[in-house]
Design a protein around this ligand. Sequence first.
Ligand code: SF4
Length: 307
Amino acid sequence: MSTVLPLAEPVRRPRPDTARAADGERLATRLRHQVGRAIADFGMIEEGDKVMVCLSGGKDSYTLLDILLQLQKKAPVKFELVAVNLDQKQPDFPEHVLPAYLESIGVAYKILEQDTYSVVTRVVPEGKTMCSLCSRLRRGALYSYAAEQGFTKIALGHHRDDLVATFFLNLFFHAKLSGMPPKLLSDDGKHVVIRPLAYVREDDIVDYAAIKDFPIIPCNLCGSQENLQRKQVKRMMDAWERETPGRIETISRALGDIRPSQLSDATLFDFLGLGKAGAAPVVDAPVWLDEASVETNDTQVNDAQVG
Ligand code: SF4
């Protein structure tokens, strides 16, 4: 009789450096491809652009800068890249980390300083999330610098999952179909903001940042937490992706394939004119409403009389 030997436990060995480097190169190729495609699809960068890359010290903005620098070498157009960080004077912000990194890779950079931390902690009640005001103040400082220096584009590190999460936040909590576009004009009409990571998965960025060993600076040195709604949406998206891998990618693709005639916004599609046969003008909603309310009142009177 043969003896059945127990299966040996798989031995986990750390991946050798060569395998890690190969993983890194494969991933970098994918990221360059996705970023290049987003740049082309949305006309994000053109000849002579002066691009300000906003660098927070998080994994997303490091990845953005790294991939843009790689693309710049082979791009069909010439453009300038400058990394800009805003030191918001959060407690324990390690001031030396970004300059040391940026000098090590030889990129032009600027560190701005503005104590938005004191403003935010003074204005926002204790226990409330400070991120919304903090981001607004950060945006203001960065945009002012961009205008002063003549940057033609401002690049932000939001990725595919951020775009999908923002869409659901607007849907669930603001009752509108709206998201975070890959390219937009700032509210004051002065800046073109681009999001070259619009097609990039957050998981890929996490892996890439680990492989590249970026010196990450956490955003929450200020002690603030993500707001509850954003957390809720994130949990929902994670659960969907676990149960149905690929769902977030499907949603992301849907954001670029919108059919106004299959939704209900009469400002985007001419529902009034659709199938209209006669030349008579369309009757306005208030007229319909008045008619309807007269009828309702009459019905109520009649019902009362019968009772
Ligand atoms: S975690 Fe802190 S630093 Fe980061 S956005 Fe929120 S308030 Fe600003």
